[in-house]
Design a protein around this ligand. Structure first.
Ligand code: ZN
Length: 285
């Protein structure tokens, strides 16, 4: 009995200590200072980036863009609030989108987030806030693991650190949004994105000299083919099928449909109470 209890407790502690991880081993150890150091190219092999970041045209200059506008550096000198960078595309109904962002610096401070939002989201906020997910007009995943919408933490996940590859899959045919951490799906939490006419990819940060890079961004118009690929990818037999495919065909498939493939596409149930860490739950929007 006592052993069972301690085992139970062990499990809880483990759950409580879910830590973010880098995508590859290159980022372990040494220098925490330079943005992008050591800046490996792991997970960036496909070199498909169909859109870019945009710095706000008005307001304070809190966002610098580099590498053909794929890399964002927030608060290049010091931070006096929450800076936002938006993608230069609008997500259209009936199109599937997937993009990946690599965190290049060690996250710290009030919040660093990735997500989507409408044009109602401010370009800059003179306060340190959890900007994405603070209202009904945006959805955000924080480095702390909080997944936010409408001023509420709806779920908890390991979050991200320097070197993590964060994926965002938006299916504007079904209206769903799913976050990925190092290509592992975190479950579909949002299913009503079609209520928005225009959504944009977004990132935000309160931390001085924090930086991230858009490493992959593609989209696919909804079709029977793409839906079939998604169903296959979500099934065990389907995954075996993809693994045993001839290399040439596998490559073509990867280029065209890389994205929907590793999706679990699992919709998380609303009625089950999810465990959310205290430090994740108690935050300022
Ligand atoms: Zn690497």
């Amino acid at each position: 009995m006592a052993e069972n209890q301690s085992k139970e407790k062990e499990k809880q502690t483990w759950r409580n200590e879910t830590m973010p991880e880098p995508f590859c081993r290159c980022w372990n150890g040494d220098s925490e200072t330079e943005p992008g150091d050591p800046d490996c190219g792991c997970g960036e092999e496909l070199d498909i980036v169909k859109w870019r970041w945009e710095a706000p045209r008005r307001g304070p200059k809190w966002v610098d863009l580099y590498q053909d506008k794929k890399q964002v550096v927030f608060h290049p000198f010091y931070s006096s609030g929450t800076a936002v960078a938006k993608g230069n595309i609008a997500l259209k109904h009936n199109v599937h989108y997937y993009w990946e962002i690599k965190m290049l610096t060690q996250p710290y401070g009030t919040d660093i987030m990735v997500g989507v939002g409408t044009s109602d989201v401010a370009d800059a906020v003179r306060d340190y806030t959890t900007c994405l997910g603070g209202t009904e007009n945006s959805y955000g995943l924080s480095y702390t693991g909080a997944i936010c919408q409408n001023g509420v933490v709806v779920d908890d996940c390991p979050g991200f650190c320097k070197g993590t590859v964060i994926g965002i899959m938006v299916d504007m045919f079904h209206g769903t949004l799913e976050f990925y951490l190092n290509r592992v799906p975190q479950g579909i939490l949002f299913i009503d994105l079609r209520r928005h006419k225009r959504l944009h990819p977004m990132v935000c940060s309160t931390a001085a000299q924090s930086s991230m890079r858009l490493t992959y961004a593609s989209s696919w118009t909804n079709s029977l083919l793409i839906n079939a690929a998604k169903v296959l990818a979500a099934s065990v037999t389907g995954q075996r099928f993809f693994k045993n495919m001839p290399p040439g065909l596998a490559r073509a498939l990867k280029l065209d449909f890389w994205i929907p493939l590793p999706s679990a596409g699992k919709v998380l149930q609303d009625d089950s109470e999810r465990y959310i860490r205290k430090r994740v739950k108690e935050r300022r929007f």
